[in-house]
Unconditional design. Structure first.
Lengths: 338, 338, 338, 338
């Protein structure tokens, strides 16, 4: 049996070392370490990996991390909510969101044309620019065909974006489908509606897309789920694996608890009763804010996979370049101090 | 300023009296009392009322309460997730769910064909019967027309159900549209998909339904929102009122906190920054499990509205009958003790 | 197996009827109903009942309810934190706390001499009056004896208060000891310290009080625990029953979850591993704000015990008087409407 | 205004770099970054630093980290609950706790003599050994003097322990007082009681200890608080700084929310209304499990302080030795792979 181990900081400690130490600390740190292990396992086992997240995570700086994860081949299917798609497009066109505070006065913000998502602020202008983009985009799509499955439509949009850090761009480029079962639940939906008013034969076919997610994986393939937060993104991935015999691996990172019977709080353990994850599967549920826990978990997993050469080659030049930059910086710092 | 007031139980106390006492107790009880007040106000102000809930609440016994609320004219528009629609249909065909425990072993349950939602159990059979129903239903719908907006489709289904306690039935009967922006995210979606395989021109038009929810209310009408839990049901109602100038009243009952920037945890206060609720609006957020808090809040509001004769006439005979039953029971009890 | 049952409001519904309906609703409402059942059982089984709460609950209007519970013989031992004792004394001298909001600006409040506990406000003056009282009280106690066990000291104070709604008063009058293992953790502690400066032989003997709580119950007696919130009040009651062979019944009402290994979140289930509650014991954990859940749970239990004549006689005149008042009020209301 | 910044993993990333990136991610990661900043500031400002934690954190591997923090001069005063003191002593005598699971059956564990704290297991034997130690310890203390303030008593015990990773040992060695306002609320209390039965003049003077914590700091000194979790440990530190004019800096890491008015959930913002932290103070509240968040926050702060040579010299040889070990290990790993 693993023993609880006194944690000690070593200066210069890496994220990998800290998450390894979590194994012997306690409570959610133990679960987080387990989650990293499960992700390593699902990858080693050649699983098709579903990554699900909600729109507030795309509002945050995790957006760039998601696109990096796609680039590194760490996920095969994405499920998200439409807000995340909108904001990925906004950011791809250069819009920037600001760090604010939870306590900021909402009425004052509203008067300034600022929208609050927790402690992140989004300007109304960002939404207005998005509006203009959408009209053009939809016209191009419509010229190509009249009836679109959601994931096909999102891929097409992704290809038009020119931003390495965009989720839609990386997904399109790396053949990772993005599913969004409630595509109309946002500004995106409003623009689809306006467009349809002038183009009655324009159809967004959500039913067809059900087939697309269904045939992303097969009964025989190993399947893994990494679900961040709850909502329909989590549920849709689970449903899809369920219909294909259940997932073999599942990691949930969430702030919700199982005590209210909600989807957000439903644990990996509960999913077994549904056949949503297989009985013998490797599972972990970590309670905590994903802006903290997801980088930790994923970095720990990817560092290990990289060591074992199981990670899609990182664009080498870029990484080395960055590392060199860092070294140079360190050199400069040292010089500055001497 | 209202003073904190020592609470004292009076034998035979009614729910109305307890929730009135909450005004002077503290913390979430104060917020709950405020929520009841806001509901009374939105009704008195002739607001169009959006009621939103997630599927786990339909799994629970709140389902009958929701249909009663529709019947009593306490909501004008419903937004929910598809699981709730499925389960409402199952229950309308006589399926029953059981009270279990949170701790029940999920693997054992799975082997017995039982699915767990918190401490509620659903048999696989219930899903299988639903499957059979769906085929028939969809065929009838298809014969009528090929292209369906979601809320129209749900109304049509509601009319076929013969259960006074069904949400879909009461909604259809009382002209309360039900919106479900992710109609494919459940067994329902799978059946739609299977059906479309044989009927390629069958279309579920989610874009058209955006227009339906948009035109449910106008800029000039007063609008109120009662949002239970989070997810797209809450978000979709907020979006719809936002596009019509914002809600005037908003009550959120949820277990989530605003600290993680999630939709479930977003407060009524935060909604103001978006113009989702108007700045001057009356708002309340109550943290707690809705199976406990919603009956309390809603009963307190409805008792008061009833007193002021602002509640759609309750089927009088039925109520009186029940009250008489109760009295008889009390009489019998008293006799038994004497 | 109990079935989930469609909930339906009946106008005039009592708290007892609502909590009975909770049995078939779901999630925490089911647990709340179970908690009421466990309390009824512990009482019927003649258990010694520990009631524990934290100081913020005495800040709230639950204070009067706690004293009523003592008066009705529904608890035999109390464990709390010192803030609750201070505020009970303040309220007994006529101080009143106000209902505020969670969002009120703390800096502004501080400037006005107002202290915030969630959405309840306490004036600095209330603390200052308390100071004056304490000096006098401690001198009287000191004249009686030099070395005091905490619970003896609190009983003595209770007898000096003249307020039917005071916890300390009712506890003293009804021989219910109040334990407070961290008696110095508040303004009370500061005054004890100041007093000791001038009276070096004045001793508050916490060790001796350990014996007092230990001998409150025996191995052979049935023991029950009703723990509201967490902290040392919950832990101390558990510890005391543990040393006497474990509790037979346990009900926890809390907002905390077990996932962080905290005392507040530790469940009744976990307590079994410690022998803190007996393996075969009847237990229930309800997640939610006690200002909402405790009145519901306790009223449901007491209504049933009253019906079965197992409740210490309520001062009959008073109750009847109140009931008559209510009836008169109803009459007047009816007249007013006719 | 700081912008939200796309996060990108760089292989080999250090904890310092990750926590720096948190500044631009969102939600609680932003708050965590702020908390690290506040800790750096309080140290640079020569504040007296209060570190408070609850016993479950000593159960965990954070115990070693706490003692390292004392050794590095990062805290001046400790406040904790008695369970943590007991378990620190147990671990100092070689007892080991195990990593288990939250789901483990409590009744089975009880039969095996295992106690569960979340997902950490403690054997009954560990408690029995502690019992034997206590008798001896108390006799020695009694021989020295009859009346003990709690912090003096804990210092004396600390000096007898011979474990570099013990909190009590490091605290005693580094003149960091440990306060424990509810010293009897645990096995420790039981042993004090048994001892007093045979030594009636043995007194644990909690009132005197109030003076000790009061005079730890002065009005004029800068004061900082790092509070992990809630309970009396947090409250006692706040009370003590309040009486000395309020803290200048405050960092709370907790899983509790302010919505129920509890001490655990009370925010740094609310503390301002009490004068518990000064109005102009630098404050941060981070919601999350401290086993994850505290190492991150504290490492980030200490790395920066180390860089600026503001950290008490780490025993150099030891660190270098460890670093060399690590390098050797890496060499061996590389060889093994080649």
């Amino acid at each position: 049996m693993v023993k609880v181990k006194d944690f000690e900081w070593i200066p210069g400690m890496t994220v990998k070392e800290l998450v390894e130490a979590y194994r012997g600390i306690g409570y959610q740190s133990i679960e987080l370490r387990k989650a990293a292990d499960v992700i390593v396992k699902m990858k080693k086992d050649n699983s098709k990996i579903f990554l699900t997240f909600t729109s507030n995570m795309v509002t945050s700086g995790l957006r760039g991390f998601f696109s990096q994860i796609i680039k590194l081949g760490m996920c095969d299917i994405i499920v998200t909510t439409v807000g995340g798609i909108e904001e990925d497009i906004m950011k791809a066109s250069g819009e920037q969101f600001s760090v604010g505070t939870f306590e900021a006065d909402s009425v004052e913000l509203h008067e300034k044309g600022i929208n609050k998502v927790g402690n992140i602020f989004i300007k109304n202008e960002s939404y207005m620019k998005f509006e203009n983009q959408m009209n053009e985009l939809l016209l191009k799509l419509y010229e190509k065909q009249k009836r679109w499955a959601v994931s096909d439509l999102l891929k097409e949009i992704g290809l038009t974006l020119n931003d390495e850090q965009s989720i839609l761009f990386q997904a399109a480029k790396n053949n990772v489908p993005i599913f969004c079962p409630a595509i109309t639940d946002g500004a995106f939906g409003f623009h689809l509606y306006l467009f349809q008013q002038d183009h009655k034969d324009f159809i967004v076919d959500v039913v067809k897309d059900f087939g697309n997610i269904l045939y992303c994986t097969t009964h025989d393939e190993k399947k893994g789920i990494i679900a961040l937060g709850g909502s329909i993104s989590k549920h849709h991935a689970l449903l899809s694996t369920l219909l294909n015999g259940g997932a073999n691996y599942a990691v949930y990172l969430t702030t919700a608890h199982k005590t209210s019977g909600s989807m957000s709080g439903a644990t990996t353990e509960e999913a077994k009763s549904w056949g949503k994850v297989k009985d013998e599967s490797d599972i972990a549920t970590v309670i905590g804010d994903v802006t903290i826990t997801f980088p930790l978990t994923m970095i720990a997993a990817m560092e290990q996979l990289k060591e074992e050469k199981l990670l899609k080659s990182i664009e080498k030049e870029k990484t080395e370049e960055k590392l060199n930059e860092k070294k140079d910086l360190n050199k400069l710092k040292k010089l500055a101090k001497s």
